[in-house]
Ligand binder design. Structure first.
Ligand code: NAD
Length: 484
């Protein structure tokens, strides 16, 4: 097993430093064993990081670069991560719990963001606006300045990569607040930025508690833009802090996303969607397929297939799960596991039936059985609230209008899916589903290129795709009065 260094520091203004709030112990959720300590930032550390990022922004070092050169530096960060994929993935598995092969996919996914956005640095072009003979007018896109990025624990590497790559591509400087449960892997971004030649102070990475360092960062008056990925209550707190300083924020929050499975759906193919949709990363995915709304004529068959998949997955320590396969790792913590298990208990008390799993594993570590619940009705808490665990809720419908009504009946609206052979039906559903992204016949279809973000309480603003770049720039219009 790869040795993990015992203490991890914060990275502020180009230096590795301790934290004003002391340290936090990081544990391996697969064993409960102590893994390492991480420096914990306080408000003064946050202030130093923000002021360093501001200094670099005001120096115009990044914006003076020809964008194609800045883009090359962003791309170099991705290559740096890929060259250390195994090392980073090992640390990720141990701090987060996911199987090693999933961690490898996450590091590859992170690198892809740097490749994708770095490649677009020179495409952020303004336009010229005709104002008649006496004027020449054009628009320009300028970075906001200091981008504050607050990261969740479920995909610490990919989430940071997603926001950091777009921010640097557009010429912003960055302060990252890593998640306190999984802070270790975020350190690699500081090293990657340094190796790629970004100046000291341009990328700062610090771990700290949400209500201390997180709140200090979100409310810092010199932060110019905020990107937050995490829960709805924290998102609301951050939006309030952003409003206090009149700065924009992007909120990527939770979901209770539904797949509608029509009577003509290909259930053989849908088994793959179940496998990935709800059991990848032990269901700790904001866009997880946590509800399936199936036509009543296919209900029993679907529950049987879903249960067979759930039962076929072996659950155990991620570090031992090296090869791509039918397996699942630990959840991030015992608290998250117990929360998922208690939501299942409440569901059964409200009338749902457990078709597979339903319990924590009877062994040390934060393991939860892959679970399928049937007889779920739209009014139950399990059908409305995010579990953020490996728990699939199956509901049924009689006609298409009812299916859409159930799918749209939660406060969320992150993603949705429609599974049918009928293109007209699929297209109608896509238009009627209230979600930022709709998958037809493949859950998670798309990639770094496709815009991602929520309707309703799933948040606002978009990450991924071309759309995300516009969250990191502001428009300046320049009008020139011509003589003669
Ligand atoms: P969380 O909201 O508790 O924490 C997220 C981050 O916010 C952490 O870094 C935390 O330290 C920080 N934070 C907490 N309180 C804060 C405060 N008052 N001010 C500033 N920062 C604060 O969420 P979590 O438990 O880490 O993540 C799970 C949640 O995130 C789920 O609800 C999930 O759906 C959501 N999520 C969404 C996406 C997405 O892209 N939409 C991706 C991953 C996770």
């Amino acid at each position: 097993m790869t040795q993990i260094k015992s203490h991890w520091q914060n990275y502020i203004d180009g230096a590795w430093v301790g934290g004003g709030a002391g340290t936090i112990d990081v544990h391996d959720p697969a064993t409960g064993a102590f893994l390492a300590t991480a420096a914990l930032a306080d408000a003064a550390d946050v202030d130093r990081a923000v002021m360093a990022a501001r200094r670099v922004h005001l120096s115009a070092e990044l914006t003076a670069l020809r964008p194609i050169e800045r883009g090359r530096m962003v791309q170099a960060m991705g290559r740096w991560l890929l060259a250390r994929k195994e090392e980073i993935a090992h640390v990720l598995t141990r701090e987060q719990g996911k199987p090693l092969w999933e961690a490898m996919i996450e590091v590859e996914g992170a690198a892809l963001y740097f490749e994708y956005y770095g490649n677009q640095a020179s495409t952020v072009e303004g336009r010229s606006i005709p104002l008649g003979a006496g004027y020449f007018d054009f628009t320009d896109y300028e970075p906001y300045g200091v981008s504050a990025q607050i990261i969740p624990w479920n995909y610490p590497v990919e989430m940071t990569a997603r926001s950091l790559s777009a921010a640097l591509t557009t010429g912003n400087t960055v302060v990252i607040k890593s998640p306190e449960l999984t802070p270790l892997t975020n350190s690699y971004f500081a090293q990657a930025a340094e190796a790629a030649g970004f100046p000291a102070g341009c990328v700062n990475v610090l771990c700290g508690l949400g209500h201390e360092a997180g709140a200090a960062l979100a409310g810092h008056p010199m932060v110019n833009q905020i990107v937050f990925t995490g829960s709805v209550p924290t998102g609301i707190a951050i939006a309030k802090a952003a409003a206090g300083n009149v700065v924009p924020c992007v909120l990527e929050l939770g979901g209770k996303s539904a797949a509608i499975v029509y009577d003509d759906a290909d259930l053989d193919a849908f088994e793959t969607d179940i496998r990935w949709g709800i059991y990848f990363n032990a269901g700790q995915v904001c866009s997880a397929m946590s509800r399936v709304i199936v036509h009543e004529s296919r209900h029993d068959e679907l529950v049987e297939r879903a249960s067979a998949i759930a039962k076929s997955l072996s659950v155990g320590p991620g570090a031992e799960r090296v090869e791509f396969g039918p397996n699942m790792g630990a959840m991030v913590s015992l608290a998250q596991r117990d929360r998922a298990a208690s939501m299942v208990q409440t569901a059964t008390a409200q009338g749902a039936s457990v078709a597979a799993g339903g319990h924590p594993l009877n062994q040390p570590g934060a393991f939860m059985e892959p679970t399928v619940l049937c007889n779920v009705t739209p009014d139950m808490a399990i059908a409305r609230e995010e579990v953020f665990g490996p728990v699939l809720s199956v509901l049924s419908f009689k006609d298409d209008a009812e299916a859409i009504a159930i799918a749209n009946s939660t406060e969320y609206g992150l993603v949705a899916g429609a599974f049918t052979q009928d293109l007209n039906r699929a297209t109608r559903a896509a238009r009627q589903l209230r979600a930022g992204q709709v998958f037809i016949n493949e859950w998670y279809a798309g990639g770094v290129e496709t815009p991602f973000g929520g309707y309703g309480k799933s948040g606002y603003g978009r990450e991924k795709g071309r759309e995300a770049l516009w969250n990191y720039v502001q428009t300046k219009n320049i009008a020139i009065k011509l003589k003669g």
